[in-house]
Design a protein around this ligand. Structure first.
Ligand SMILES: [Ca+2]
Length: 289
């Protein structure tokens, strides 16, 4: 989702999404090392303790079962997704399944000369507006691996990208194991001109080494990104300037692992498959649904 991440969604949509090339926001200095204890961000972030859980998927269920169809759709197919990505997304349990330990696992696999993976969305099913939105995720690793936890405006595709808006809560590309990116795309600020910033692991370690909680605190005219309770950037209507702020409306979630493409580059001899993104939960607090 960098450069112009124009995704063509096979079934219905002409879509997109993007991550931008330009790093606009300077990073906040790495803050105090977050507590390593397990548990939700609520245990670490004061303002969440009083927050009411609006919705969540905890991914409880038998090993090998499908993610809850009441919450999740599959977007399938290949063709590069507008970004020269290499994977073909499937609805197979080989690429997305519960692990029986309370996690959703999205797995990118080598398949012949190509790759398979999965991309799940909550479009039409779970479309929050405002609040605290977070997921606890252990991301995959390796050159050419591109995991993402992100959102598109609920009006998409009737309202085309980028006018419908895109909120990238977390993206990582394998050649930067210690960085995650948070980005907004909208009319006048999309693709390589998205409003974006990044967060470095406090110790400079790989985010793939363990679980981390990636969140936004989303209010009218303002979105703040955090990792493990450490806020690292806030974008507001001041950042979009004369261009419209298109984020005061419902958005749906997307979880996917892409392989290859313009931003991450392609896998090489160092990349090991399969690679899995393990999602403990997606939670929404104090939101409108
Ligand atoms: Ca869980």
């Amino acid at each position: 989702m960098r450069s112009s991440r124009i995704r063509t969604i096979r079934t219905t949509l002409t879509a997109t999404a993007a991550l931008a090339l330009v790093l606009v926001a300077p990073l906040a200095a790495p803050a105090a090392v977050p507590s390593p204890d397990a548990g939700s961000a609520a245990s670490r972030t004061g303002d969440v303790e009083a927050a009411a859980l609006t919705w969540s998927d905890e991914f409880d269920g038998p090993a090998g079962s499908a993610p809850n169809g009441a919450n999740w759709n599959f977007e399938t197919g290949g063709g590069g997704w507008g970004n020269n990505e290499l994977q073909t997304y499937t609805d197979s349990r080989e690429n997305s399944a519960l692990d029986g330990n309370g996690n959703l696992v999205i797995t990118a696999r080598r398949s012949g000369s190509g790759y398979t993976s999965a991309r799940l969305t909550t479009k039409g099913k779970v479309q929050p507006k405002f609040g605290r939105l977070e997921a606890r995720i252990q991301i995959p690793r390796g050159q050419g691996i591109w995991p993402a936890f992100w959102m598109l405006g609920g009006q998409f595709p009737n309202t085309p990208w980028p006018n419908a808006g895109e909120i990238d809560i977390m993206e990582n590309v394998g050649y930067e194991p210690h960085l995650v990116h948070g980005t907004l795309h909208g009319p006048g600020y999309s693709g390589g001109n998205g409003i974006t910033g990044q967060y470095m692991h406090p110790q400079g370690w790989s985010f793939a080494d363990t679980f981390h909680t990636f969140a936004i605190d989303w209010r009218p005219g303002s979105i703040t990104w955090s990792v493990d309770g450490v806020a690292y950037q806030t974008f507001t209507t001041a950042n979009t300037g004369a261009n419209p702020w298109v984020f005061d409306q419902p958005f749906f979630f997307i979880l996917n692992v892409a392989v290859g493409g313009n931003w991450p580059g392609n896998p090489d001899g160092t990349t090991q498959f399969p690679q899995s993104m393990v999602v403990d939960y997606v939670r929404v607090y104090d939101s409108q649904l």
